[in-house]
Design a protein around this ligand. Structure first.
Ligand code: ADP
Length: 162
């Protein structure tokens, strides 16, 4: 069985992430979307909230699992016996950071962990979780960036009920 992990912050999940998730789920038999519990970042949503949002947003895709992890990705992947990591590439600015991560993970895992990149659909190339948060914090329209129920939750966090 071909399995892969798609790790990320997903704070919150956007249509860009969901596009990568759908496409990866068609390539692999099972895809685990894994929310990174990163103690160095102050997220808008807790890890539990992000896992629940992802579960709801991907509920129609049968071969998806959602969980969280902390610590090194290579250790987590090894514990799950998974050898492929999915990452999305938007623009050249993502490339340098992602290349470095992929090479570090290959090195740390002694070649056991490969990274597969899916390039973003052009319509989502501009999208990032941070821009969604910034727009929402000023009560701007994020309906083209995230599913409706996610938008509602984001506005709730900023004290708006749109
Ligand atoms: P991280 O903090 O690990 O970068 P993100 O949640 O921001 O986590 O992103 C997770 C992955 O999804 C990364 O590989 C990122 O490049 C990718 N990604 C983010 N936004 C988009 C998008 N709009 N289109 C395609 N890929 C994206």
């Amino acid at each position: 069985m071909k399995t892969a992990i798609y790790p990320g912050s997903f704070d919150p999940v956007t249509y860009g992430h969901l596009d990568i998730i759908k496409r990866a789920a068609e390539i692999f038999d099972e895809l685990t979307v894994s929310v990174l519990n990163n103690k160095q970042k102050t997220p808008l949503f807790s890890v539990e909230e992000r896992v629940n949002i992802l579960k709801e947003a991907t509920k129609d895709i049968p071969n998806i699992k959602v969980e969280s992890f902390s610590g090194l990705l290579v250790d987590y992947a090894k514990s799950r016996n998974v050898h492929v990591v999915i990452r999305g590439l938007r623009a050249i600015t993502d490339f340098e950071y992602e290349l470095q991560n992929a090479q570090t993970n290959a090195l740390l895992s002694k070649g056991a962990l490969d990274t597969v990149f899916l390039t973003t659909k052009l319509e989502y190339a501009y999208l990032s979780s941070s821009s969604v948060k910034e727009i929402a914090s000023f009560k701007g329209d994020i309906s083209m960036c995230v599913p409706e129920f996610v938008a509602k939750m984001v506005y709730d966090k900023y004290g708006y009920n749109k």
